[in-house]
Design a binder for this molecule. Structure first.
Ligand SMILES: [Zn+2]
Ligand SMILES: [Zn+2]
Length: 371
């Protein structure tokens, strides 16, 4: 999961009238599209299509042995992407270090900054988990357009990439999970402690500097999202959302303290520290949850359920459950597996804001349970 680049051009060109059939087993999608020309298409960004989509439950190859990948087959990243990723990774980290040193020096700086971190983390992380992940990437429930727009913008404020690119990379992860071509598997090196560490670091941060983000293959992985005007808008102005994500808490701090000191502290705590924490919590799903934890269901990969990660990511840490049942809106499948995102979706359902919520049948759970 997760990163900071705007949408990119795709590599396949289609002509008007072409019929394109797209099957995305990792993410549930079977789409037959009649391609039409559009202004968007002319920009080379994404095709405009008439979809006849059918959602399919992904059936992983549960008979295949869990294997290590011989090597990472990664497309090269552009220089611009490396700079963008380097900035996205290092600037929040520097902010975090400054915050720690400052706290050491001057002590407690006020409840308002803690509230900015917790509140900002909660709403932007839910934007990713409820919005980008469960609503967009896996279509595990349906909602109104304005609710969808709300979650998309909250997700964009997390500085983890534009929703379309995020979803394309994530669907690829499900399609190739822990196999050749997975954007962020930690199992790409053979043997030895150093190799395991290298794999872990690759899954956590290293993969951000590969070309998977600059070549997200939008037409292949997210044909269903290509016509969404609101998504195109969020994509086009993605960097404005990044700026807003940092400026909003800074302005709030300035308002509270009526000073530049408040502006700086708001930027530091509500902006950089909050982005730093949200980034690493999300990336831990790629690294920790494919390495450490328990497995309850056959999923054809190394995904794990990890309690700590689940608590830090509103339920996304029940990752083995998720890989076994990708379209399920609920990831914490046991009563004690706390799943904050599922609670939000349930609340939305009670309020009449979510419907057609997808959950695995009892028979499906039983069929995949590891005895
Ligand atoms: Zn995974
Ligand atoms: Zn997923």
């Amino acid at each position: 999961m997760g990163l900071p680049l705007a949408a990119h051009q795709t590599d396949v060109q289609h002509q008007a009238g072409d019929t394109v059939t797209t099957k995305v087993p990792g993410t549930v999608l079977l789409t037959t599209s009649r391609i039409r020309t559009s202004t968007f298409h002319k920009k080379g960004f994404c095709v405009n299509n008439q979809n006849e989509s059918a959602l399919l439950e992904f059936e992983p190859d549960t008979a295949a042995p869990l294997a290590r990948i011989d090597n990472y087959s990664t497309p090269p990243a552009s220089r611009a992407q490396k700079i963008a990723m380097g900035t996205a990774v290092t600037v929040p980290f520097i902010g975090f270090i400054v915050a720690v040193v400052l706290t050491w020096q001057v002590g407690w700086m006020g409840w308002s900054y803690l509230a900015m971190i917790v509140g900002g983390w909660a709403i932007t992380a839910l934007g990713v988990t409820v919005g980008f992940h469960r609503l967009l990437a896996h279509r595990s429930f349906e909602t109104y357009g304005w609710v969808r727009a709300f979650w998309m913008t909250m997700g964009a404020l997390s500085v983890q990439g534009s929703p379309m690119v995020w979803c394309a990379v994530h669907r690829r992860h499900h399609e190739r999970s822990d196999k050749q071509g997975d954007p962020h598997s930690p199992h790409g090196h053979n043997g030895g402690v150093w190799s395991i560490m290298k794999g872990f670091l690759h899954a956590h941060i290293g993969w951000l500097f590969t070309g998977f983000w600059s070549t997200p293959e939008l037409r292949r992985y997210v044909p269903d999202l290509c016509n969404d005007r609101m998504l195109k808008l969020v994509d086009r102005f993605y960097y404005a959302w990044v700026a807003a994500s940092l400026l909003a808490p800074a302005l709030l701090g300035a308002l509270i303290e009526q000073s530049w000191k408040g502006f700086f502290l708001g930027l530091l705590w509500g902006g950089l520290v909050r982005v730093f924490l949200t980034h690493h919590a999300t990336w831990s799903i790629n690294s920790v949850c494919h390495t450490f934890g328990t497995r309850e269901y056959r999923s054809g990969d190394h995904s794990r359920n990890n309690f700590v990660c689940a608590m830090l990511t509103f339920g996304e840490g029940w990752h083995n459950n998720h890989h076994a049942f990708p379209t399920s809106a609920r990831h914490g499948l046991r009563w004690w597996q706390i799943d904050g995102s599922w609670m939000v979706i349930r609340l939305m359902e009670r309020l009449g804001l979510a419907w057609n919520i997808r959950l695995p049948a009892e028979s499906a759970l039983e069929a995949k349970r590891i005895k």
